[in-house]
Design a protein. Structure first.
Length: 148
């Protein structure tokens, strides 16, 4: 997809960090924050610290997937009419490329497919030096809300 705006819901980084990443849920617990919204992508960051490492002292693969699914879900939600539709994750996969011991990891989600009933997102996670850490593909179902 090109860099034309894919987001149909006008939001700011600040709004997403207060309405989509909330206390008591996984993303807030892991320290995930939306850091950028571009016309054709959304980026989030997560610290590599005691909450997100595994026993060997490196970034836990599950934390990478939580980051990928968080940014992918929020981005997907900004591409639908929230009055009539909602999204749910269907499938996620990942390839872990290199370990990270500290700093932050940054996940950039870009759409591969934005359909009426499904969306597919490509998510690349990099370290603070911009080196690739993980690649993920995330699929969501776009469902109709039941009338009230």
């Amino acid at each position: 997809m090109n860099e034309a705006s894919v987001f149909t819901v006008p939001v700011t980084v600040e709004e997403l960090n207060t309405t989509q990443i909330v206390d008591g849920q996984m993303a807030r617990h892991l320290g995930i924050e939306i850091s950028e919204i571009g016309p054709g992508h959304m980026t989030a960051k997560m610290p590599v610290d005691h909450r997100t490492i595994q026993r060997m002292g490196i970034l836990h693969g599950g934390a990478s997937l939580a980051l990928a699914e968080t940014v992918g879900s929020i981005a997907a939600s900004c591409c639908i009419d929230p009055e009539t539709r909602f999204i749910v994750g269907q499938e996620i996969n990942a390839n872990h490329i290199r370990p990270v011991r500290d700093g932050f990891v940054h996940a950039k989600a870009t759409p591969l497919h934005l359909g009426g009933s499904s969306q597919v997102w490509d998510i690349k996670i990099t370290n603070d030096d911009g080196k690739l850490v993980c690649v993920s593909r995330f699929t969501v179902a776009v469902l109709k809300k039941k009338p009230k």
